[in-house]
Design a protein around this ligand. Sequence first.
Ligand code: C2E
Ligand code: CA
Ligand code: CA
Length: 594
Amino acid sequence: MRAAKTHNEQAAKVVDGGAAQPGAMFPVALQELLDTPRTAAQQEFIDTLPIAIALLCLVEGNPSILARNRAFLDLAGRRASPPATDGAREICPGIGLPLVPEIRDFLASDERERTFDMQEGDGISGRHFAVRLVRLSGGESPVPRCILSLIDRTQQVEGERSLRTQMLRDSLTGLPNRAAFAEQVENAMLNFETEGRQFAVLLIDLTRFSRVNEGVGSLAGDELIITVARRLVSTLRAGDVLARLVGDEFAVLLSVADDPSEAMRAARRIQTSLATPIRLGELEIKIDCAVGVAMMAPAVDDAEDLIRNAQFAMKRAKGSGHAELYQACDSTAARQRFSLETELRRAIERDQLTLAFQPLIELATGRVVGYEALARWDHPEKGPISPAEFIPVAEESGLIVQLGRWALRAATRTLAEWDRMAGSPLPVHMAVNVSAVQFQRDDVVSAVQAALAESGISGSRLKIELTESCIVSDPSGIAKVLRAIHDLDVMIAMDDFGTGYSSLAYLQKLPIDVLKIDRSFIAPMLVDRDSVAIVRAILGLASALGMTTTAEGVESEPLVETLIGLGCDVAQGFHFARPLPSDQAYAYWRERRA
Ligand code: C2E
Ligand code: CA
Ligand code: CA
């Protein structure tokens, strides 16, 4: 900063005009304003400066140029008239910036410096300058003086503008892209609010395009997209906006009358325009499209909202085969799911989930040999929400990782608590469900280790229940993890067995201790002989593989008898007990021991 100022002070001593006769063009009074007469060397010096600079003073209320450098002349245009005569009217005659009032105002003020941007001419052909005025401390001069510097920013501004244009344009079709479309919709929304002008968003999805693209190659695919874009354009009226959102998805912004019939007509027009097959060289390609329509409504918050509504409608259009209009109920289900996710996240953070414990009964002896920990969510307003509802939400949102870790810790902690209450370790184990999603995303081994270490429960008293989907997704990965868990002495149970698709051959390679036979086979056993045959086959398989068996969903005494007859090891079900709160689960064990 300091260096720049020195330059300015140097420049201040330079006076324009013929070098041989300093100041010849200026009135004598003006000449006296200068600290020293300008020399050829000084002029040479300011001419080396890369920035356009001029020294100005106020003569009878008008800014005049005392000196300027070559860069300034270049910028202002060589044809500029001599400074002292013309300068009062136009400081930069070549570029016509409206500088005079600005300089006059600055010199009349007591500001040290002033910077601002200025534009010459409008629109694309305009030039842009960064302008800086710095006051020169007077010296002996009573007349206010300043240094004007101009930096031409036209290229930079144009660069920014073209970058922005690129960013808002789909390069293949030249149509506005998603960002530009959203901007247009926002603008339309402003009109909707201020002038009540109604409009609609149409979303067009080429339904089989990806397959066509694979078939004909991406070059031909590009050609196809361009043809589609052309046809879509031909269906539009002046003022409608067509955009390409992504790959095979287009959108149209229509200005329409208040009821949706006009927008629906436009949607049908679009479908008709694409109905004629498109010729690509030798090929004739039939393009199908699904069109979703959403009308602007007061409840819509922003452009994305409206586009999303059109997307909901489009999903339905894919099923029905004709253009569909967005209905509020389309998004209610999605919103409810989303709000459930938010509430579940909060419930986990606030530690509002609990565990219920369902006893596992050894059929031969009737003894309680373990408990399955099952997550419970008692919503403060909605009441109890079933895990069948919130576990899938947790899995989809990734919350299952937190939830699963919490369940492991809470279950082992509860068992440790029961041990303390009993004065010695209970001869029972604790089974905890771990979702396939958690196996994919989390380090389950370390989660198990942490839970054991924290509670002081030995590995042999913990059981992990996993479903067949864990194995299907990544067989070799899961094998490694299960072995590591097994190395901690932790038991492993295959949950809901029979409902998935795991290969029996694979089952043999995994360290699985228990097969839990799904309720859907157990429940109908008394009336359905096929179920009995299946259960018998599973029991045979388990014993061949050296696994024990647990029957799920045992609801009656006759079922117990049947299962004992077939040689099943353990049963779980409402017949014995429902999943119970911790204290009742503990009491259940106390009453039945001995
Ligand atoms: P699951 O692992 O198969 O758990 C057994 C389910 O069967 C439990 O449902 C239990 O209440 C129910 N049940 C037990 N005995 C009977 C019976 O005799 N008759 C009938 N009709 N049902 C019986 P719940 O508690 O609603 O849990 C549903 C599912 O949610 C569980 O199925 C499990 O897959 C999942 N889940 C529950 N808690 C957790 C958890 O902490 N983590 C994970 N990843 N999943 C969990
Ligand atoms: Ca289970
Ligand atoms: Ca189960």
